[in-house]
Design a protein around this ligand. Sequence first.
Ligand code: GLC
Length: 470
Amino acid sequence: MNPQETDLSAAVQSAYEVLEKSIVHYLGGPVGTIASADPKAPAANYADCFVRDFVSSALVFLLDGRQEIVRNFLQLTLKLRDKQAEIAGHRMLPRVMPASFKVITHPDGREEIDVDFGDRAIGRVAPVDSMMWWILLLQAYVRATGDIEFAHSPDCQRGIRSIMNIFLRDRFEVFPTLLVPDGSFMIDRRMGVYGHPLEIQALFYGALEAAQRLLDPADAENHPVIEESAARLTQLKTYVHDFYWLDLGRLNEIHRYETELIGHDAINALNIYPESIPDWLPGWLPDDAGCLVGNIGPGRMDFRFFSLGNLLAVLFGLASEEHAQRILDVFVGRWDDLIGTMPVKICYPAMEGEEWRLLTGSDPKNIPWSYHNGGNWPVLLWALTGAALKYGRVDLASRAHDFAERRLVKDQWPEYYDGRNGRLIGRRANFNQTWSATALILSHKFIEDPLVLKRIGWLFDREEDAATPA
Ligand code: GLC
């Protein structure tokens, strides 16, 4: 399917118009898409091309056979890493991927790229997820086009190796999960999501897997990275399975946990205090469903339900099939809370009162049931339909899609919605938000033919060769 087809719904056609208008050019070629074409956007950087925002645009382009823009983007962002400024007192800064970039055209026609590595972003947050999305996108590109030569080029190989070296390097860590600061992913503001947030772990898992497929085994320099990635992948999966999983059985265990235990075989290894179980949780978790908790650390379990982390865990296979089905059951069982009138709630429940004050730093954009703090984000629709269809849950996918399709055009593609059930357009939301539009296109494509999910290569059994086009 492509935008020229005439039988597209008015909503999907309008989504394609938003996407077309968002395309950014550099040196004569398309290289990305801006986050939002809203001239009244509340922050100047919405006119930037964000790495994470471009992913859903890229998937649409790949599925429509427009691979040039994706390849240009992958090449350009790889080069932009070298523009990162050194910071005095840091020994050799690891080259990271930018959060976003923008093309500035000077009056004499000269083009220049302004890059943000988090050093000009609000709150100066580190875009840890960009590097992971870059690898995952490279894998999707290879899978959709069969162009493994591109991934095997010296630049890409060096890029993948150096990204994986950043992730695999030991820090002050005793867990196989990745330790990150607050706001290092889609939730790029202070939200108490420092430490080991689920979304980063799911992306890390996906990136570890993709890297193994993309690194050329013929190059001996790649061998240690391939081996370490394979080992870390297994450890990460086991750890997430054992420590992040929550269902009624586990909740009962935690409710009666012994604490202050020392030793290798302590059951409550992280010393989670039963008193930290929030009041809303026991009544909220559906009987046979389950989910991965938002974050864990010493004496800390963040019981909030983070949709994207859970959905990516399903999509990338970090969650076992049994757990995946039960995660999807949470969406069905708690439909009003997680889908409401606009899919999908970014995290449930919202933080209120003192908790909001302390964990967001009194952020007025993140007041309860708004934006990152319990808002509903249309962009998450593609992950929901993708995850649901991976396990044949057509009803869940179609029902959520219909809710979004009915409202998004009329509301002019807002970035997010407010309120417990997402009935209000987000108070400070942009209109014409590119990823709200691309999510609807992708979700439409997935529902029309779930096999297209294979064409982007993220749903493969590990044995399958990601390099051959489907
Ligand atoms: C906001 C979102 C972030 C997104 C950016 C551009 O900062 O929190 O995830 O990448 O807007 O849309």
